[in-house]
Design a protein around this ligand. Structure first.
Ligand SMILES: [Zn+2]
Length: 593
């Protein structure tokens, strides 16, 4: 490691004493025991009589519940963060195990509350929701209540839950095991599928083509199995939706994401109407790679990358300046992470890989973990995690139960923060070669989260619908639906080989969480569209933006974004975000000439 250039982040470690003094702090056990005792007391006071509570009594119960969770999550976060910073210390592992076990025991004790809240008669709930005493917990209560029309009787729910272990869950696990166990021999070497797939990122075209052929033959060998699993998942989903009276295959997922079907339809319509942007970009990529025809295995071929080195202090000022030029309130909060040691950025043996911002609890503050290597993408990661951190810090005022946002909007501040930094760096870069490298890597990232996920959503839509109307689907039929969803996105720009027809069969999301993929596109395009709006009319935008972050999860996403002048059900809103992508592709086109 001695020849590695210093990053300046070698001494950047966090200070967890805002949570507990050390892992042997006696307050840890005291808090765990206290949480247990409080959970028992809540059970004794309220179990069996939640539906009979007045609004004032309900507010009192929820306040006690929130205080209890705050204490329990504080211990849980401390265990998790200590272990993340050094997974090689057995005492940290033991602490994490302890807080996890105690946490699961605690949720068992408290589960009655949400069940009884959901089961309360509608007129009782309407009284609660209308009462100002419950205002602080209103949306949380709405979320607990919204599954009520889709809940079955208690004995039915029990049977479904028990049979799912050998039903749906078993198929998901079998899928993972089948793919996990598969071995491929590449150039005489035995490897896993993912190891072969990394060859798709090689500059050597022959290597890429052979990797694609090898993976395809593996997928074909497994096709009877994966087709059978896929059919079972599609059928299981159809019975579930019928039994629980969901109008479409995607409705239950949309409900979890706190968006209505019309909003998702508007997003999908907007993205599929701009597939021309994808084709335009791959035509540029084909020229840059110097090939006559671009095949599916060429899509991830590397282009020249911007390999600048950014020392930690430089990254810090880049991000803080970009945030400050948008709104000083954001950079003021972001600066706290550096000044008060809320970030751990050093690379150490035993430390967890990757990056995250842990919100911990509103009474403390978030902590960020990352592994800083001084590459351009590390600056983006810093911008991303600080976005989460600022969002978590601002939304803390909503209290623990209503601070967090659903999946669809959880990435708003992080991706927006990245966009601010990216545009700032791009504006300051004069070398056309580096500008082109920056643009192509940003475009490819955005494509992966926006266009690719929507094309996969179109495949899911086709497969779920076909299973419901046509009965059991053959491998050939599923492949046909797959190619029918992928071809329109690439147009004439990428030649999809016949081999590609089997590539639906290894994507785990289709099996484990049907309907999930569009949420990635939702988050990415929401931010691009917000950024477009900001560029069009910057006056007052940042006030509304800070207001949106501060609202956390205290209302439905479409209500929270309203003050920004956004109507999520309007396809034109999503077009604004796509316009930004089109402009970036246009700029890449110019620079590539
Ligand atoms: Zn994130």
């Amino acid at each position: 490691m001695s020849d590695v250039q210093p990053t300046g982040a070698e001494t950047v470690t966090w200070d967890l004493t805002d949570l507990y003094a050390a892992i042997d702090d006696p307050a840890i056990d005291r808090d765990l025991d206290l949480s247990d005792a409080e959970a028992d007391a809540l059970g004794e006071t309220y179990r069996g009589r939640v539906a009979g509570l007045s609004a004032a009594e309900l507010a009192e119960m929820l306040a006690a519940y929130e205080t209890l969770l705050e204490r329990a999550y504080k211990v849980g976060n401390f265990g998790h963060l200590s272990w993340s910073a050094d997974t090689s210390v057995p005492a940290y592992g033991a602490l994490l195990q302890k807080v996890t076990e105690r946490g699961s025991r605690l949720s068992q004790k408290l589960v009655f509350m949400e069940l009884e809240l959901a089961a309360a008669p509608d007129e009782v709930a309407a009284g609660w929701l209308a009462d100002p005493a419950v205002a602080r917990y209103r949306h949380w209560l709405e979320l607990v209540r919204r599954y009520r029309p889709h809940m079955l009787t208690e004995p039915e729910e029990k049977i479904l839950a028990e049979k799912a272990v050998t039903g749906r869950s078993a198929w998901v696990r079998f899928f993972d095991e089948v793919h996990g166990a598969a071995r491929y021999t590449f150039d005489g070497q035995e490897m896993t599928r993912d190891q072969v797939l990394t060859r798709l990122y090689s500059p050597d075209r022959d290597l890429r083509r052979r990797a694609q052929e090898l993976v395809t033959s593996g997928l074909k060998d497994m096709s009877r199995t994966t087709t059978f699993i896929m059919n079972n998942i599609l059928t299981d989903k159809a019975s579930d939706d019928r039994l629980r009276s969901y109008p479409t295959w995607i409705s239950a997922r949309n409900m979890g994401n706190e968006v209505d079907d019309a909003t998702v339809d508007a997003l999908v319509a907007a993205v599929t109407s701009r597939y021309d942007i994808v084709a335009r970009y791959y035509n540029i990529k084909r020229r840059l790679l110097g090939v006559d025809e671009l095949f599916d295995y060429d899509r991830y071929a590397p282009l020249p990358a911007a390999d600048k080195h950014y020392a930690w202090d430089e990254a810090r000022s880049i991000v803080l300046n970009a945030y400050a030029s948008f709104d000083p309130r954001l950079s003021d909060i972001a600066a706290m992470f550096f000044d008060r040691r809320w970030i751990d950025a050093a690379i150490r043996p035993g430390k967890r890989g990757g990056a995250f911002s842990a919100g911990t609890v509103p009474s403390v503050h978030p902590y960020i973990l990352m592994n800083y290597e001084a590459r351009p993408r590390d600056v983006m990661t810093l911008a991303h995690e600080l976005g989460h951190g600022v969002h978590q810090k601002l939304s803390g005022v909503q209290g623990l139960l209503q601070a967090d946002t659903p999946l669809t909007t959880a990435e708003t501040a992080s991706v927006f923060g990245e966009m601010l930094v990216f545009q700032d760096l791009l504006a300051r870069e004069v070398d056309p070669k580096i500008r082109l490298a920056m643009l192509t890597s940003k475009i490819e990232d955005s494509f992966a989260t926006a266009f690719r996920q929507i094309s996969m959503n179109r495949f899911e839509q086709a497969a779920h619908t076909a299973r419901r109307s046509e009965g059991e689907l053959s491998a050939a039929r599923i492949s046909e639906l797959w190619m029918g969803s992928q071809r329109p996105m690439f147009g004439e720009s990428v030649t999809l080989t016949d081999n590609y027809a089997m590539w639906w069969s290894y994507i785990p999301h289709f099996i484990s969480t049907p309907g999930y993929v569009y949420a990635y596109a939702f988050g990415e395009l929401l931010v691009l569209a917000l950024y477009a709006r900001y560029k069009q009319s910057p006056a007052g935008f940042s006030d509304a933006y800070v207001g949106m972050l501060t609202a956390g999860g205290s209302n439905w996403p479409h209500e929270i974004v309203k003050p920004l002048g956004v109507d999520l059900t309007d396809p034109n809103f999503w077009q604004n975000g796509l316009g930004i992508l089109a402009a970036m592709v246009g700029e890449a086109e110019e620079l590539s000439k």
